[in-house]
Design a protein around this ligand. Sequence first.
Ligand SMILES: Nc1ncnc2c1ncn2[C@@H]1O[C@H](COP(=O)(O)OP(=O)(O)OP(=O)(O)O)[C@@H](O)[C@H]1O
Ligand SMILES: [Mg+2]
Length: 335
Amino acid sequence: MKCVGIETSCDETSVSVVEDGRVVLSNIVSSQIDIHKKFGGVVPEIASRHHVSNIAYVVDDALNTANISFDDIDYIGVTCGPGLVGALLVGISYAKSLAYSLNKEIVPVHHIEGHIAANYISNPDLKPPFMALVVSGGHSHIVHVKDYTKFEIIGKTRDDAVGEAFDKVARTLNLGYPGGPLVSEEADKGQALYSLPKTKFDNYDFSFSGIKTAVINLVNKEKENINIQNLCASFENAVCEILVENTIRAMQDYNIGTVVLAGGVSANKKLRKLIEIESKRNGYTAYMPELKYCTDNAAMIASAAYFNYINERRYNIKERLDLNAYPSFKLGEKM
Ligand SMILES: Nc1ncnc2c1ncn2[C@@H]1O[C@H](COP(=O)(O)OP(=O)(O)OP(=O)(O)O)[C@@H](O)[C@H]1O
Ligand SMILES: [Mg+2]
């Protein structure tokens, strides 16, 4: 079964063709990073306009690369939330029109479910149940993945998402946007010599605003004497330790021996290494997506769509003409 996945929740226009949830025939990502860079972050209105002008080309490119025509499409998966509402609407409107004209079924996909599903592409033997550490620009969750479409969020950030904290630290240090990879690049050249606060709770929640503020205060105090590389290394180390400590504790308490990383921050080298080391130490197995499937892409959406499709979470478009963007779409909810 061939699924066309469509993802436009933020600043990437992405379309992919995936077979049976695991085999990627094409995955085209048209990034708007260069356009938003000068504003230091994504400007929602500009993102929507670019999705409109890009989407038809990206669909064509995805079908051509997969060497299929519209007639070969079995169903369509599309991100319906969470995300920027105007940006989501572009992908959803295109997906609805496509489904209507081809008379194919449509699967509404939760963006974070997509990030988790990226692991099914990169790790063909991976099956639920497992624990997922979801770390992205807008989310920091520990999710108990009970089955392909059954999720329980057992920990989440009480303030900033971890990717957002990386981006804010990068902005404070004038490193550029998006900040995560740039902070990590500097961290590789430094040592974790600054002492930064690690906020802990009795449950599995996170908080990253304290460490972010500590970095900003240090920069304001030390001014030109600040060692950027050491500060980045200290920040990255502390954040990765908090993420991994919490996740391993959740795995011990829930008696779950498999963990996956998901979301843009799962591209972070330090985090990938630390989760592997700590998993091994505890006799657990860690999986992660290939780097190309960590940040937003439509292959992960088509993969998640497959597992929803086979679990009857799919619609005849003519019975779901009201399908919309759901910015507060809950993980595991049936839309
Ligand atoms: N190597 C890295 N180290 C740390 N952070 C990274 C790295 N690569 C990317 N990031 C961060 O990942 C985030 C982007 O991830 P993603 O594309 O999943 O976010 P999003 O789609 O905007 O948010 P969400 O998925 O929560 O809706 C950015 O904050 C970016 O700085
Ligand atoms: Mg994302």
